[in-house]
Design a protein. Structure first.
Length: 331
């Protein structure tokens, strides 16, 4: 007989729903949340059982995803009319307990909160080519400031030599992943009704300058012509941090989500290409030759999407992610 607790408060439910909208590697959703009861506080935890063991052996990308979820929690607290108080890594004896969010003084909403909240509902991860319209320099400047506000750096990679180097490192890492049967199997298991929808994986992974993930083995069956290769790549950016510890991964996730929400509110979406960050030697090369000694955390393409997809990325419902003292919620 399973143990349950009484239905959580509206605030905890609101925060859990918002947190669950964050991006995660291959929709792994490697998080769970703790309701402290009576809306006293809300905790973000890493769900180690949902981490991609071969893709993300150190758990860095999973922690970044939890950092993105944490930013959504902060934003949701602001929507409720309070200032969030965040304590990162509050329990030194529990590496999975990543953050606690409490409620401070009442504070009115702001235009920025409204804009980011709009982005939370509009944001999705794009795969494939972007439209021909470039991302305006003004928007890119705004995104740089959004990332900087969270203690990270957003670097636009537009120098032809650096862009070619970055594309080469992404290609090298992606080919290594495709040749690894264990990695390919782990990735294939992400596709399905509770992970990556098949419809989201139909874009050819080699259609843009930066190689994409190979989910359906399309690259083995079909090649992209040289004339069309690289079209619709969009603007390539790298998000980096000064240090590379667990708190930095959490800050990178918050910076990432703040940027993604601001971008989505302005009809700019992102595609992830983090393959070389999963191989230590290639990540070190990026740090030396692209990010000037800063630690690269996320590689993205940004652009406008001509048509919003008809599919939706499935999310675990609050009943699966919200707990109190280890017991699932009762609905």
């Amino acid at each position: 007989m399973s143990v349950t607790y009484d239905k959580p408060g509206r605030a905890a439910l609101h925060l859990a729903r918002a947190a669950s909208l964050a991006p995660s590697p291959h929709n792994s959703q490697p998080w769970c949340f703790v309701d402290e009861g009576h809306d006293r506080g809300f905790e973000v935890h890493l769900d180690g059982g949902r981490r991609m063991v071969l893709t993300d052996p150190l758990g860095r990308e999973a922690v970044i995803a939890c950092g993105a979820a944490l930013f959504n929690v902060r934003l949701a607290v602001r929507q409720l009319g309070f200032r969030p108080v965040v304590d990162l890594l509050p329990d030194p004896g529990d590496s999975h307990h990543l953050a606690r969010v409490g409620y401070a003084a009442h504070v009115p909403s702001s235009p920025e909160v409204t804009l980011l909240a709009q982005g939370m509902l509009r944001r999705y991860t794009h795969r494939g080519r972007f439209g021909a319209e470039p991302v305006a320099d003004e928007i890119l400047g705004d995104l740089h400031e959004q990332v900087r506000a969270e203690g990270a750096t957003l670097q636009i990679v537009d120098d032809p030599e650096q862009l070619a180097l970055l594309a080469g490192l992404v290609r090298t890492a992606e080919e290594a992943h495709r040749a690894d049967i264990g990695h390919a199997t782990e990735l294939a298991h992400c596709v399905g009704p509770y992970g990556m929808p098949v419809e989201a994986c139909r874009h050819h992974p080699d259609a843009t300058l930066l190689a994409g993930r190979e989910y359906l083995f399309r690259a083995r069956r079909h090649r992209v012509s040289a004339r069309n290769h690289g079209k619709g790549t969009g603007t390539v950016v790298v998000l980096s941090t000064p240090q590379d510890r667990r708190p930095d991964w959490l800050r990178a996730g918050q910076a990432l989500q703040r940027m993604l929400l601001h971008a989505a509110a302005l009809d700019v979406m992102a595609a992830f290409h983090t393959q070389p960050l999963e191989l230590p030697a290639l990540r070190a090369r990026l740090r030396t030759d692209v990010t000037a000694g800063r630690h690269p955390q996320v590689i993205l393409r940004l652009g406008h999407v001509p048509q919003r997809p008809t599919w939706c990325m499935p999310r675990r419902p609050p009943v699966q992610v919200l707990v109190r003292d280890g017991a699932p919620a009762r609905w």
